[in-house]
Design a protein around this ligand. Sequence first.
Ligand SMILES: Cc1ncc(C[n+]2csc(CCOP(=O)(O)OP(=O)(O)O)c2C)c(N)n1
Length: 535
Amino acid sequence: MGHQQICGEALVRLLERYGADTVFGIPGVHTLDLYRGFANSKIRHVQSRHEQGAVFMADGYARASGKPGICFLITGPGVTNGATGLGQAFADSIPVLMISSDTASYSRGKGWGCLHEITDQQAVTAPLTAFSATALSPDEVPQLIGQAYSAFESGRPRPVHISVPIDVLAAATEADWQPRTPPSRPMPDAARIQAAADLLAQAERPMLYLGGGAAKATASAVEIAERLSAPVISSNAGKGIVPDSHPLCLGASIVRAPTQEYLGQADVILAAGTELSETDSFVERLEMGGKLIRVDIDARKINDLYPADIGIHADAAATLGALSTALGERGASGARPAVQDELAQVRARIDEGLNPVERQHVAVWAAVREALPADGIVMGDTTQVVYTGSFAFPVEQPGCWIYPTGYCTLGNALPMAVGAKIAAPERPVMAVAGDGGFMFTLQDLATAVEQRLPLPIVLWNNDGLGQIRDDMIERGIPPVGVDSLNPDFVALAKSFGCEGVRPGSTDELAAAIAGALEAPVPTLIEVRQDAPWLG
Ligand SMILES: Cc1ncc(C[n+]2csc(CCOP(=O)(O)OP(=O)(O)O)c2C)c(N)n1
């Protein structure tokens, strides 16, 4: 037994014991006792300017640090504002821990009209989380936090929401809460590894498809690909696991028809740590004629839209390591001298298929690559320039290209970049957003300035919701609701205390990004699609 503490205080102490160093949030009367805990804690609190931003920041923090990202929100509007961020973390398998208050435990579900009331708050976040639970007494808090960390570390890491009613947060507890030890991750079954290795070794046209779940498998993925002369395709989340510069790598180009057709020619596909999601290819169901080996930590994925000939329910890095060993020195049965020619053709066809605006995007990405060091992180929003970057912007390491294409929420990039830069201050971090997306979360510039973050924000401005405008035109729908009156973005950024520039050439763009990485505050770099220098 320890000395008496208020539950909110004990909760902050417990999170510190789990290794937390940062919490993103916005306090309210409902979370006062949660904030009591900061006085005696080394945990830093970062105030967002909207709860959606707090959850995105926690998400960006988690991606850059490898630790769970934590946010503290109030009951009701705090939770509903934050729900969008949960949806994104759920779609991308990111460990975000949302801790919120709830109305008093005895009032739950009764509809009394309490402050910030949602009659069933747990139900709001249940479909967006690994689990959403409410602590009905202080003792339940360490139990639920323990379950959350177990879920993050030993399974598919999806967000968790823990609600602590306002009276429970304020109750006293004498217990000295300690972290629980999480269970191990599932390891691959030896017989299936052997079967998968045999299938791969006999394949004539094997291919690898890697997703974010395989982020820690670089060495074995490269070994397997090289041993089999197998081309490597990735999802956006898997981009960089095998470096884009590797001769066998087609990167995250699955959104392009030449890569899709090429995948269709594989006779064995090893898909690891990927849900083969529609939002990487924008094809509802890719044509894969070959046998499919699926490696996934989520057993439910293995026989979904793409049933597996061999399914391995396990950690992807451990599985690829075991597969590489099992393959030994065996190569694919047919030597593939033509593979480099085939890949050159796929790349050439992708390049020939670029439209004029996509060629502008390519010029932007060349400038970004020139300015951003190899370990730099790009946070991409839902904008056409980022769509092109999936395959036109080369990265050499996993975790450098973050474009949450699954939930595809406008406005993710800035707050996620804030979270990532706070998590990894030594790494260069930048955001790329369209004018439409930027307008969703631009208030988080205030947080970025407050935190003195050197953060380039490249704003791709085409005066509206470009992709949707194009889609309407293509389908013969007269554009409606897609042209936007925008502020003067540079002046707006300056009003927050940021730097703001409009480069006049690709060289100036690269210089602006390089300068912004060294600046004491964020820099908004506006690139207009109709800028004459972009051609
Ligand atoms: C929260 C949210 N609302 C609506 C959409 C639908 N949507 C997808 S792309 C897009 C246009 C985005 O415009 P902008 O950010 O300026 O990028 P652009 O397409 O012009 O490059 C919209 C509205 C979305 N993805 N997310």
